[in-house]
Design a protein around this ligand. Structure first.
Ligand code: URA
Length: 248
């Protein structure tokens, strides 16, 4: 962890305890302690990871950034604000929204599954950059028949309906339901073009009717999460995500 010293008011306002001016008053009232001593001056420099900082007797655990995994439900959009629709931020607790997280990339409104939310712009940039080719796995059901030719075509790199070329991708076919004429399977992409899974499957002659992201880089969707639920990533999970980009 960093040895960077920060002003006490910066640490506490970052953790959304109060604004800097409010903190100044609160410090004068003796409500803030650092390593067991009342801190009346909020300009005091502290090590946010080592020093024991308490507000009204409650320990404040500093975190520079926040990371959550959500099992996005269908019908909700991957944005921070929208005039018409419910957004993924509307599904977060108010205390978490205060940190101003944003979704890492987008899932379509009707797509469900693993969506990362964070305050870490740098990690988000890395995870979405084509340079790092982070794999994302989608489970799908499609009306129509896909076969070994489809698998080969994906492995070679498809050309979409508007002549856009996409990178080679791994298509795995799980099942073809002959009565319903529905193919189910998995598609692994290392890029994220607009409606990419749906457009790739369309070029192969089928139509996606269900789409769920089940993994993103080193993260698999937590099966304990019901649709609409979310949880914080562990420090190890965050480290693994960073490792994946450092390796590339
Ligand atoms: N590809 C799609 O078509 N939709 C998504 O939501 C994600 C990938």
């Amino acid at each position: 962890m960093s040895k960077k010293l920060l002003r006490l008011d910066r640490v506490l306002s970052h953790m959304k305890i109060a604004s800097r001016s409010e903190l100044k008053k609160m410090a004068r009232q003796g409500r803030i302690e650092v390593n067991g001593e009342i801190a009346r001056n909020t300009a005091l420099k502290v090590d946010p990871y080592q020093d024991i900082i308490e507000f009204d007797g409650i320990r404040i655990e500093y975190q520079e950034h926040f990371y959550w995994m959500m099992n996005k439900p269908p019908g909700v959009i991957s944005a921070t604000v929208d005039k018409r629709d419910e957004t993924v931020l509307d599904l977060l607790d108010y205390e978490d929204v205060l940190f101003e997280p944003f979704p890492v990339g987008r899932l379509d409104k009707d797509t469900e599954g693993l969506l990362l939310l964070t305050t870490d712009g740098e990690l988000s940039h890395f995870l979405l950059s084509p340079r790092f080719a982070i794999p994302k796995v989608y489970e799908f059901e499609a009306r129509g028949f896909l076969n070994e030719d489809s698998v080969l075509a994906c492995a070679q790199g498809l050309t979409l309906e508007d002549e856009t070329k996409v990178l080679p991708a791994k298509l795995e076919i799980e099942n073809f339901d002959e009565t319903e004429e529905i193919t189910s399977g998995y598609l692994t992409l290392t890029e994220g073009k607009f409606h990419q899974v749906k457009r790739m499957i369309a070029v192969l002659g089928a139509e996606v009717i269900f789409l769920k992201r089940i993994s993103f880089g080193s993260l698999d969707l937590d099966e304990e999460l019901e649709l609409g639920d979310y949880r914080e990533l562990s420090p190890q999970e965050v480290e693994e995500l960073y490792k994946a980009v450092k390796q590339n």
